[in-house]
Design a protein around this ligand. Sequence first.
Ligand SMILES: C[S@@+](CC[C@H](N)C(=O)[O-])C[C@H]1O[C@@H](n2cnc3c(N)ncnc32)[C@H](O)[C@@H]1O
Ligand SMILES: [Zn+2]
Length: 155
Amino acid sequence: MPKKIQARKSSIHGNGVFAVADIKKGARVIEYKGKRRTHAEVDADDTGDVESGHTFLFTLNDDYVIDANHKGNDARWINHSCDPNCEAVIAEAEGDDRAADKVLIEALRDIKPGEELTYNYGITLAERHTARLKKIWECRCGSPKCTGTMLQPKR
Ligand SMILES: C[S@@+](CC[C@H](N)C(=O)[O-])C[C@H]1O[C@@H](n2cnc3c(N)ncnc32)[C@H](O)[C@@H]1O
Ligand SMILES: [Zn+2]
């Protein structure tokens, strides 16, 4: 099947992922691939440094984080938006092996060639979301609905 997406430079940040063909609402676009690492492993080094404002980590479940710095695919280039056209869905595997769970990026609406793919990262930090941290995690999605930060309100 011809490729429906392509990674290239984005006006939001760095590289992004763009549609190169029609993508239908509800379509599974790509899996967010990467190495399964425990939260403790990730916390023990600087891959999850909240001061950097940059991450290739995706929280999979209570046990594991997907680290797309290792064995990642093009999904690691998809940027965040406050008004996204895709969503990240956790697909729980049968059985007890939580490392077998997956993250699937699916279209929330029909997407046309040339449109950048985005989803809401849903990032909440363990620490208080101070103005300083909101600035470090500043959002440049460009949507009229942009909250100005990738950090989400805590519930
Ligand atoms: C999974 S990477 C996405 C690929 C990224 N554009 C790159 O070239 O490395 C996530 C990082 O991209 C940047 N990013 C993604 N969406 C953004 C947005 N809406 N505004 C500003 N930076 C964004 C942030 O640094 C974020 O931590
Ligand atoms: Zn935004």
